[in-house]
Design a protein around this ligand. Structure first.
Ligand code: C2O
Ligand code: CU
Length: 545
């Protein structure tokens, strides 16, 4: 478990073969998935990023809260302009209260498909895990592989307005597993010893897919989510969304044998295409007297791809450990926000043929505003008082109230407006956000992610949020403390946080398709009164716009 304080990340193209087809992908240091960052809780480290690829790129440290340091957070046109080919950017990572597994990924275009890796945050040297020390730690990074160039896949869909093509394989640590055609050698394998316990450091780096995963014959115990420990939750299967990470214990307590770790997509949207194939990794008991059989192990139980109840039950079962919260659950809410999160459509411009629903263009929105990225990043515009880049006044309530989750809502109901609207918050504001899923074009789960913070998820529900009834059931005792929350299909989730990290922080759906369509907003948190509550000046090597 060697940690380092300086990393060198060279972004460059590399040739990789999957499913018997070779293509050039963007990587860090030629690796896919990229290198693992290992730190102790509370460390500050530096990553020297050198872009030697052919594309603009930015790197984001997902779940690293970066107190007073939005400058090197990474989302393109939110906190920085992209690092151009040939250019460098030295990024500071300030770890504070995180402990467990998080990750890093590219944060422009669709580059994060191949530009991502895990971050292990170990307990400080004088403390320990809230569970027995694991015998070994194993990364399980889920991803998606397209045979074609990923940015090209998205570019084509935005030209036609259609949904982008689904991926050709789900992967575990970059490998599709032996159930795909032409992939028998492309399986991640790891050895275990009978009687030992292993810490799986699980990241869902897939672009568009929420996943179920499980291990045959073994139970899984979740002990952490989004780098915050949780009460142990033992289950036959786990549900994890893009953006989320989990610490999961696996007890090697079965007969020596080979077992599958398997995952497949969970899709709550009926009629939307996705890759239904199962991705596999193999766990092999390494006891010396045991010879593995030549046949494949049997697959573990996984819920049906459309089992929304299984997903909902799992998602809502996670509980936090109050003694370990980095901050209390806010109770005296000063800034209540209610926002719809919708998949919408724009009308087809005249003279064009559009391939979205009923000849439209797919879009997505929050409170009916489809976010338009500016040409100068919002953080610099804010810091240097550059006018015209963004507008304050993101609506704090939906512009029109309707039955959000009713079936067959007309496509024309809410045609969103394009805009770059931000939420400006006073330092220390206690914020509650009701995230209300809608059924405007299609109902689907949305994993909503906030930069710069972790938030408490105080409630979840199906259907329309009911302001007079639902708050009575909020969990203010042991809600999970996350950076990404799955808002259930045709349902809602309520999050709370205290705005004590000044700067500019992105919030968006972590389904890449939805983010590209505009399901996002920005929080600007003003400076506090004290010198340790203010935004410091930018580093000298900020990439120019
Ligand atoms: Cu994991 Cu804004 O990102
Ligand atoms: Cu979404």
């Amino acid at each position: 478990s060697q940690t380092r304080t300086h990393y060198k990340f060279v972004v460059r193209e590399a040739r990789y073969t999957r499913l018997c087809s070779t293509k050039s992908i963007l990587t860090v240091n030629g690796k896919f998935p990229g290198p693992t960052i290992k730190v102790y809780k509370g460390d500050t480290i530096f990553v020297n990023v050198h872009n030697k690829g052919n594309h603009n790129v930015t790197l984001h440290w997902h779940g690293v809260k970066q107190p007073r340091n939005p400058w090197t957070d990474g989302p393109a046109y939110i906190t920085q302009c992209p690092i151009q080919p040939g250019k460098k950017f030295r990024q500071k990572l300030v770890f504070s209260t995180e402990e467990g597994t998080i990750w890093w990924h590219a944060h422009n275009d669709w580059n994060r498909a191949t530009v991502h890796g895990a971050i292990y945050v170990y307990p400080t040297k004088h403390s320990s895990y809230p569970f027995p020390k694991p015998h070994a730690q194993i990364p399980i990074i889920f991803g998606e592989w397209w045979i074609n160039d990923v940015n090209e896949v998205f570019r084509q869909s935005s030209e036609t307005g259609a949904a982008p093509n689904v991926s050709d394989a789900l992967t575990i640590n970059g490998q599709p597993g032996d159930l795909y055609p032409c992939s028998s050698s492309e399986t991640f394998k790891f050895n275990v010893e009978q009687g030992k316990t292993y810490l799986l450091r699980v990241v869902n780096a897939a672009l568009n897919l929420i996943l179920f995963f499980s291990v045959s014959q073994h139970k899984l115990t979740v002990v952490g989510a989004d780098a915050m420990y949780t009460k142990p939750l033992t289950r036959d299967f786990i549900c994890i969304s893009p953006g989320q990470s989990m610490d999961v214990l696996l007890h090697a307590n079965q007969e020596p044998n080979h077992y599958y770790l398997a995952a497949r997509a969970y899709s709550s949207a009926t009629g939307v295409g996705f890759d239904a194939t199962i991705t596999t990794a193999r766990i092999q008991y390494s006891d010396s007297y045991y010879t593995p059989p030549s046949s494949s192990p049997s697959l573990p139980y996984l819920p049906n791809f459309n089992d929304t109840q299984a997903a909902f039950n799992f998602i809502t079962s996670l509980r936090g450990i109050p003694e370990r919260y980095p901050h209390k659950v806010p109770t005296n809410i000063k800034v209540p926000i209610v926002t719809t999160i919708s998949v919408n459509t724009f009308p087809c411009p005249s003279g064009r043929t559009c391939l979205g629903p009923n000849g439209t263009i797919f879009a997505a929105s929050m409170n009916n505003i489809s976010f338009a990225a500016p040409n100068i990043d919002i953080l610099e515009a804010y810091y240097y008082h550059i006018n015209g880049v963004y507008q304050p006044g993101f609506p704090r309530f939906p512009p029109s109230v309707f039955n959000f989750t009713e079936d067959f809502l007309p496509l024309t109901l809410n045609i969103p407006r394009r805009g770059t609207k931000v939420n400006v918050l006073d330092f220390g504001a206690t914020v509650e956000i009701v995230l209300q899923g809608t059924n405007v074009v299609s109902a689907i789960d949305h994993p909503m992610h906030l930069h710069g913070y972790s938030f408490h998820v105080v409630g979840y529900g199906l259907g329309n949020f009911n302001r007079s009834k639902d708050p009575m059931n909020f969990n203010l005792i042991d809600p999970p403390c996350l950076n990404t929350v799955i808002v259930p299909r045709n349902g809602w989730a309520v999050i709370r946080f205290e705005a004590r990290n000044p700067g500019v922080w992105f919030m968006h759906c972590h389904i890449e398709r939805h983010q590209s369509w505009g399901m996002e907003t920005v929080f600007i948190v003003k400076n506090g009164k004290h010198s340790n509550e203010t935004l410091p000046p930018p580093p000298p090597d900020m990439p120019p716009c």
